[in-house]
Design a protein around this ligand. Structure first.
Ligand SMILES: *[C@@H]1O[C@H](CO)[C@@H](O)[C@H](O)[C@H]1NC(C)=O
Ligand SMILES: *[C@@H]1O[C@H](CO)[C@@H](O)[C@H](O)[C@H]1NC(C)=O
Ligand SMILES: *[C@@H]1O[C@H](CO)[C@@H](O)[C@H](O)[C@H]1NC(C)=O
Ligand SMILES: *[C@@H]1O[C@H](CO)[C@@H](O)[C@H](O)[C@H]1NC(C)=O
Ligand SMILES: *[C@@H]1O[C@H](CO)[C@@H](O)[C@H](O)[C@H]1NC(C)=O
Length: 531
């Protein structure tokens, strides 16, 4: 009796195993990943880890001067493309320079100079990507081997355009892991985006704008459109015309992507129109908290009823401005809470005995700890999402890029208080900390967002992987793609139709007026004759 049940178990198990391996092998695909370097790689890697775990074979294209993407990895095979000599002084020189300029005050001209500086630097990056892609296209051995491998899809971060170009050349379905494209915020490239209630990134506006804010929003939009296509888009445009023919428009190639896995969602974003091939995966990087290392746990427990504050400004920004760090430390020293501060570089003056400086913290596990009361963040990759996931309110110190907008969204939802880096001193910072600690609405609002985030049928990462596999199984997702990518601006906005209708109406009105005038005159003449 027992034995036969055992046997049955074995055969069921065996059957399941065979079924499982058949399923997983039929799903195993080949993915060509063209990532963006720098902090964007962190997010791409999360998808790669998950795809690898599902048994897919992954190839990553990297530049020879890559900062983050290693050549050897158990997760993927890499293709290294020579990027030539390129001074990657971005981290060492450019960012500190950017911060200094901000600290000099927020004048109009300063702002313009700042933006200009960023644009020049990024234009260089885009040109370098085009050079790198050209090196690939002109290497016949490489192109042939890529073709022979018969990948199922290209997965890319369209903040840079190399992946879009490569997918078109190889004729492969295209999946985006996206927050930014070459042209700006992702949605603006494919979804209808009425500027009356959709703020462009960079102005820290919300979806409730006054008249003057709407004017600013439209002007900023036009400027972004112009600058991004002139400085960022044009190298790719030239490239497309050179390699694909004079009628090929890079922007259309980009819009033509099969699936857009967006790294945000409507817990973070203001509600807006979207598209059938957009998949929101905001918070895909978040995980439940694991227990802390013993020492950290001891420190956290010693905080008692007051709880702990966590501060991290990311790897790069953390060590930049010692005068700011000194003020921050002085403010922390006046609080009863314990503080864990991720900080490298010179030790700040004014450090209180409640503050622990560490050079690394398990950020996600810390945010998930029940003693954690407050998160001091710069609004960079993952910080805001992890704070939402664990329901921890924020004091924001935005520094550059889209960080101010990320935090202003949180402020608009009543979950964060922003401190301007240009005016930061110990009193301003302390007031902000106290407000978020003592006014319960911040925590309540954040916990409401957290609840909303967790209340969905499928985890964001599972959703993302489902859609990548969907594209493998169905060779793309053209049935979800609108035809907008075929259209010029004039067609898209029906400007041609409106003009035609207006001209027709005008002609009709003229003709009617002319005929009426004619009859009036005839009648009038008759009258005159009779009299
Ligand atoms: C994955 O693909 C690469 C390149 O095509 C190949 O060299 C490698 O053997 C493959 N790995 C597996 C586990 O199939
Ligand atoms: C790209 O290549 C062109 C021509 O080979 C060269 O002049 C330019 O300096 C390169 N740009 C970058 C950013 O590497
Ligand atoms: C072309 O690509 C192959 C394979 O990746 C590489 O071994 C070779 O060095 C490349 N040739 C040139 C000229 O870059
Ligand atoms: C920390 O500093 C405060 C005030 O400066 C002092 O009252 C307290 O005893 C100190 N605590 C420890 C553990 O040194
Ligand atoms: C801003 O938030 C988005 C969405 O969470 C994230 O993808 C992006 O990386 C953040 N910005 C920066 C500069 O890290």
């Amino acid at each position: 009796m027992h034995r036969s049940t055992m046997k049955m178990h074995y055969s069921t198990l065996l059957g399941l195993f065979i079924l499982f391996s058949a399923l997983s092998s039929s799903y195993a695909g080949k993915v060509l990943v063209v990532p963006a370097d720098g902090s964007h790689w962190i997010n791409m890697k999360i998808l790669i880890v998950e795809l690898h775990a599902k048994g897919h074979n992954i190839t990553v294209v990297r530049g020879s001067s890559s900062w983050y993407i290693t050549e050897q990895s158990p997760l993927y095979t890499s293709i290294t493309v020579d990027t030539g000599a390129f001074d990657d002084d971005f981290m060492e020189k450019f960012l500190p320079h950017l911060l200094k300029m901000q600290r000099q005050g927020r004048s109009f001209w300063n702002e313009i100079a700042l933006v200009d500086e960023v644009y020049r630097k990024f234009t260089e990056f885009h040109q370098q990507i085009c050079n790198m892609t050209a090196a690939m296209f002109e290497n016949e051995t490489l192109m042939n081997s890529l073709k022979d491998t018969a990948y199922d899809l290209v997965l890319t971060d369209p903040a840079f355009g190399g992946g879009v170009l490569l997918a078109h050349r190889l004729g492969l379905p295209l999946v985006f892991n996206v927050r930014w494209t070459v042209y700006g915020e992702e949605h603006f490239d494919i979804a209808p985006s009425p500027l009356s209630y959709i703020p462009v990134i960079g102005l820290q506006l919300t979806d409730k704008m006054t008249f003057s804010q709407r004017v600013m929003n439209v002007l900023a939009y036009i400027m972004i459109l112009y600058k991004h296509s002139k400085y960022f888009g044009s190298p790719y445009q030239e490239f497309s015309q050179k390699y694909f023919g004079p009628n090929v428009d890079f922007f259309s190639l980009l819009q033509n992507a099969d699936i857009w896995l967006m790294r945000n969602d409507f817990i973070f974003e203001f509600p807006r129109p979207t598209m059938p091939n957009v998949v929101y995966m905001g918070g895909f990087q978040c995980k439940p908290a694991k227990p802390l290392p013993d020492e950290l746990e001891k420190f956290v427990q010693s905080s008692g009823e007051h709880g702990v504050i966590i501060m991290t400004l990311g790897t790069v920004f953390g060590q930049l401005l010692s005068e700011i760090n000194d003020e921050v430390a002085a403010a922390f020293a006046q609080l009863p809470q314990k503080v864990i501060w991720r900080h490298t570089g010179p030790r700040p003056a004014n450090l209180g005995n409640n503050t622990l400086i560490v050079d690394w913290i398990p950020q996600n596990d810390m945010l998930g700890h029940p003693q954690t009361k407050l998160f001091v963040a710069h609004g960079g990759t993952n910080g805001v999402q992890e704070a939402i996931y664990h329901g921890v309110p924020i004091v924001g110190l935005p520094l550059a890029f889209d960080q101010p907008d990320n935090l202003s969204r949180m402020q608009a939802k009543g979950t964060a208080k922003i401190v301007d880096i240009a005016t930061l001193d110990r009193t301003v910072f302390l007031d902000a900390l106290k407000e978020v600690l003592h006014n319960p609405s911040y925590k309540e609002n954040m916990q409401r967002l957290s609840k909303l985030h967790h209340d969905q049928p499928m985890k964001p990462l599972d959703r993302a992987v489902f859609w990548i596999e969907f594209v493998m199984r169905n060779r793309g997702a053209p049935h979800l793609r609108t035809q907008s990518f075929r259209m010029s601006w004039i067609e898209y906005h029906s400007v041609d139709v409106i003009l035609t209708l207006m001209v027709t109406l005008l002609i009709f009105a003229f003709v009617t007026a002319y005929i009426m005038r004619y009859f009036c005159m005839v009648l009038f003449r008759k009258k005159v004759k009779r009299e």
